[in-house]
Every structure is written in C-alpha cells, then in structure tokens.
Design a protein around this ligand. Sequence first.
Ligand SMILES: NC(=O)c1ccc[n+]([C@@H]2O[C@H](COP(=O)([O-])OP(=O)(O)OC[C@H]3O[C@@H](n4cnc5c(N)ncnc54)[C@H](O)[C@@H]3O)[C@@H](O)[C@H]2O)c1
Length: 341
Amino acid sequence: MITGTGFVGGNIAAKFVDEGVSVTALDLKPKVLDFLEAAEKSRKLSFAKGDTRSFRLIEELVKAEKPRILIHTATFLNPTEAYDTFEVNVRGTANVLELARRYDLTMVYLSSGAIYGQMNGTADICEDEKFGPAYPPREGIDNVSGAPYCMSKRLGEEWVAMYRALYGLRAVALRLAWVYGRGITDYRLNTAISLFLRKAIVKEEVHIPYGGDTFVDFVHVSDVADIVYNAATLPVPKDFAFNVAYERGSRFSELIDVTKSVVPGAKLSLGPGLWPSKGVPIPRGGPSFPSERHMSIERAKASLAYSPKFDLEAGVRNYLQWIEKNWDISSPEAVPFPKWG
Ligand SMILES: NC(=O)c1ccc[n+]([C@@H]2O[C@H](COP(=O)([O-])OP(=O)(O)OC[C@H]3O[C@@H](n4cnc5c(N)ncnc54)[C@H](O)[C@@H]3O)[C@@H](O)[C@H]2O)c1
C-alpha cells in the first residue's frame, strides 16, 4: 500500500508493479498518470480515495487489502498552513504507523533533506549530524514554507524511530533531496529544472542577472523509486535514516548548461549569486533550505544497495521526454509561467 500517489508516490507505485508487486494506492485525489494507466487497467494497481487523517478509513482499507508493505508518502505542503501541515504530516504519519504496528507491515517513511534545516559549512551532510535551526527564516535566503514542513518531517521521523525502537517495527526513513522527473503536474512545474525546461521548449529567452551559484542536491525520481523498493524489500538495516541524493549536487549554472544541451537552441543564462527567496517567484523549490552542502549517500549505498543511475544530464534528458509526451498537462497553457523573465 502506498499513501499519497502524487509525483513521488506514483513513480514508486510504477516501480513496485514493474517488480511484480500488486499495489493499492491511497490518495485524497487519486490521479492516474500516463505511466500508471496500464497497471491500473490490468488491476495490478488499484486506487482508493481517502485521507490518512482518518484512522478508521485507512484501517478498513488495510483490513480489506491485506498489504505487507506500507510506503508513506502522503504529505501536505502549503507555506501558510502550519496547522494542516501538522495534521497531515504528523497526525497522518502517526495513524499510518500505528496501522503498520497492528498489522505487522514493513514501513518506508518518505522524509526530506529539509529536515536538516539551516546548515552552515560545506562538508557533505551525514545522517547523524545535528540538525540546524528550522526558523526563523534567514532574511533573503529561506522560504517561509520551510519551517513548518521541516518541523513536520522531524516530528514524523522521530515518531517512526520511536515505534521502531519500542515495538520493533520494521521501518526506515528516506531523506530525499530535491526530486525531479516524470509525474510533476503542479506548481513545481514552475521550479528549477521544470521551469527552465519548459521555457526552453517554448523557445522563450531567460536572462536573469543572479542565481547561478545556487546549490541544489537534485535526485531523479527513478533513483528514488529504486531505493524505496530496496528499503521495503531488503532485510531491515541497522541504521534508521538514509539520505537519498545523486552522487553530488549541482549549481543552477550547471543546470542551465545541461538544459541548453538537451534542448538545442535554448536561450538561457543566469548571473552569479544566489536566487533570493522573496521578490521573485521561486525556481528554488518551496520547502528546501538553501545549503552549500551535499547530502552524503554513502550509508544508503552500503546498507540499501543504492546506486543512482541518473546524473543531471541523463536525468533532465529523460524528464524532457516525459514533458514533451505530456505537453497537454505540462505546457504554459496548463500551468502558466510565473510573471518574470
Ligand atoms: N518532491 C520532492 O522534491 C521531495 C523532496 C523531499 C521529500 N519529499 C517527500 O516525498 C513525499 C512525496 O512527495 P511528492 O513530491 O510526491 O508530493 P506530492 O504532493 O506530489 O504527493 C503527495 C500526495 O499526497 C496526497 N495527500 C495529501 N494529503 C493527503 C491525505 N491527508 N491523505 C491522503 N493523501 C494525501 C496528495 O493528494 C498528493 O497526491 C513526501 O513525503 C515529501 O515530503 C519530496
């Protein structure tokens, strides 16, 4: 069973079906993307409409479907709604977790690199490092949506870790970097990779005098789906939390170069410096805390056989194919560009 079959959950569902596993997908608003259509038709994937905030509802589903694995991706993200962020990301997690305990399910909790908060320095971030502050937002750098989201992921992870320690629950937490690839259908089409690609496709020129030095740990959604599958099916590792990124991070200037190489004729340029958090619509991503630090993936490689396949160029090329194929839902007519550039 997968809670939340949005961007990441949808790709995880496809991975499990490809591996021969039947999947029940629970979502507030189930959405069948093109790469899930065949699985749904063949009934290897079934969708259920429901809310993780309702323990009774999801318990009924677990009783009916009898899953053995529970992948928890359902999440709420809205910069101004700390209360709902708590309700879905913390209470919803507590519900799912209690079900995993009662019905003896292996659980994978989708956490986030945002959990680290405001980190100084440049060395790679390891999982056991002390988290930085979550708030207040640093003027001109952090997005205001960061703090409630970051806190909700910290609380959620702690609650899962406690169940593992107290009840012997088979559970791991995966702290994802900034994920990109097929299946993005919402406001994130106006962030970083998606935005630059869409501007390049419509041959719109983008010349911005800042932002090129912004550092981001990008990870392709296919690599995320692979490690979720490993985490759910390998023996429970000694460690609980794992970073999930690519081998290294990238600066926006590199992203611009990659975009120009995969979309010939694209006219894009960024000047030096960081992308500010206010004043211009984001391509930086809502929840992410800016950091100069890459999340080390050594632990995931050693314990979860993690082996990311998509470097930035291969990943963006792969994503471009999906956007072009799904232009009806990816075009500026479907999701208008922000008013800048
Ligand atoms: N996308 C990223 O870059 C990224 C980075 C780090 C961590 N993550 C984590 O990965 C997970 C999945 O993220 P995503 O990008 O797929 O998000 P998403 O918004 O695309 O998908 C989340 C899904 O959860 C559903 N949902 C929300 N509230 C629900 C509820 N109460 N009950 C049932 N379903 C509900 C939504 O309808 C949506 O389909 C999240 O836990 C997120 O924190 C994502």
